[in-house]
Design a protein around this ligand. Structure first.
Ligand SMILES: [Mn+2]
Length: 405
């Protein structure tokens, strides 16, 4: 059977700073500073361990157009490790590490093939004689708005055809509309795989043929949350197989906490600590944003509370594999209200309470939940007490929501 196996990665942004963090202890700062390199090393370890035929890097290897020397040297070392294992690397450069940047050129070893500024094809052959044609181009300048997709054409007689493209799926609004394409453009080329880069959120645009944004390899700010990584791809004549490999050393997380039962600072502090312990994950660090809601109205100065709480939580944290670094706390107070006061003040609320009191068919309303094959396993039996507490809770959510507006 003809088969090839490779790693598809993109947007490594080596040496990128992580944004939105203040006053980090030096050893935590150092770990975060290393995180993009950690991801690179993980990719290379995986390639060697899995004995892949080659690696594709679909642009933005380097974060800045100056391609920091530190980043280039580290990248070169990792490429040399691959060379020792006879693993080739197919590289394109994207909008961040485009070819016109002002960078000091460091020669890469011979197993690294970098695509030029026009779409070109490179041939590859495995030790078993399975062949692939690999297509791509590097950004000559930062802004490439042309439809470069029109220059990709199936060439050469190969077992597999793979396109590499750093560009934007048209219609997405959050990213620079570089080298834009539509899904159909890629489909129509008749390739076996499209290795995309540019969008940092992992996205599978198509499964057959696979058209994939693997996302970046290490989140760099709050919005790039959750695990990040690359794909191991196996293609044969009949099917494709994709395995996601997590490469991020540190992930960005937001955790919601309901503080309605906390009466004192200590209660709140303990609840946060407990939550952090529940989140710990072997071998992965986390940058944590706490979103605390329903905070008791008796807490006065919220800014002070927030600063003190953050300090207290950070105080105990050591740089260990399963580090959790709370970097931000959002506080939202519960809205206080009294039923009879609201009802006498406003006809609208009086009407709501009248309807709530008259509700008889709560069990019908939640029936679909109780019939759900998975959901029902987690539910308490629908006793009179449960019905009453559901009703009470619903009223609370509704009124608090209305009062906040
Ligand atoms: Mn990028």
């Amino acid at each position: 059977m003809k088969e090839i196996k490779f790693i598809h990665t993109a947007d490594l942004h080596l040496d990128s700073p992580l944004l939105g963090l203040k006053y980090l202890p030096i050893d935590i700062f150092k770990r975060l500073q290393e995180s993009t390199f950690h991801a690179l090393r993980k990719i290379i370890d995986t390639a060697i361990d899995q004995k892949v035929d080659f690696i594709i890097i679909a642009g933005d290897i380097f974060d800045g157009e100056d391609r920091s020397i530190r980043a280039q040297v580290r990248f070169k070392k990792e490429m040399e490790r691959l060379e020792k294992h006879n693993i080739s690397v197919f590289v394109i450069h994207g909008n961040h590490d485009h070819l016109s940047g002002n960078w000091t050129k460091i020669e890469m070893p011979e197993n690294v093939f970098v695509f030029g500024e026009n779409v070109e094809v490179k041939g590859f052959s495995t030790s078993h004689g399975v062949t692939a044609s690999i297509y791509g181009f590097s950004y000559p300048v930062r802004h490439v708005y042309e439809r470069k997709i029109d220059s990709y054409h199936k060439e050469m007689d190969a077992d597999f055809h793979i396109g590499i493209l750093h560009g934007n799926l048209e219609g997405g609004t959050d990213h620079g509309n570089y080298a834009p394409f539509q899904l159909k453009d890629l489909m129509d080329k008749g390739f076996d795989y499209w290795a995309l880069g540019h969008i940092h959120k992992r996205t599978i645009l198509s499964e057959q043929p696979p058209i994939i944004y693997p996302g970046n390899t290490q989140g760099r700010h709050k919005k790039e949350s959750g695990p990040k990584g690359c794909y191991i791809v196996t293609l044969n004549e009949y099917q494709s197989d994709l395995t996601f490999i997590e490469t991020s050393d540190v992930i960005w997380t937001t955790e919601n906490i309901d503080a309605r039962d906390c009466k004192t600072f200590d209660d709140l502090y303990r609840l946060c600590l407990q939550t952090m312990d529940g989140l710990r994950k072997e071998g992965v660090g986390q940058l944590l944003n706490f979103s605390i809601v329903n905070l008791n109205n008796e807490f006065l100065n919220l800014q002070y509370l927030k600063d003190e709480l953050l300090d207290a939580l950070q105080e105990e944290e050591k740089v260990e594999d399963n580090l959790i670094w709370p970097y931000n706390i959002e506080l939202e107070e519960a809205v206080g209200w009294k039923r009879n006061e609201l009802a006498s003040e406003s006809d609208f609320y009086e009407e709501i309470f009248r309807v709530m009191d008259g509700l008889q068919n709560i069990d019908e309303m939640v029936a679909s939940l109780y019939e759900h094959p998975v959901g029902r396993k987690f539910l308490q039996p629908l006793t009179t007490e449960v019905v009453a507490s559901v009703k009470k809770e619903a009223e609370k959510i509704l009124i608090q929501g209305l009062l906040k507006k």
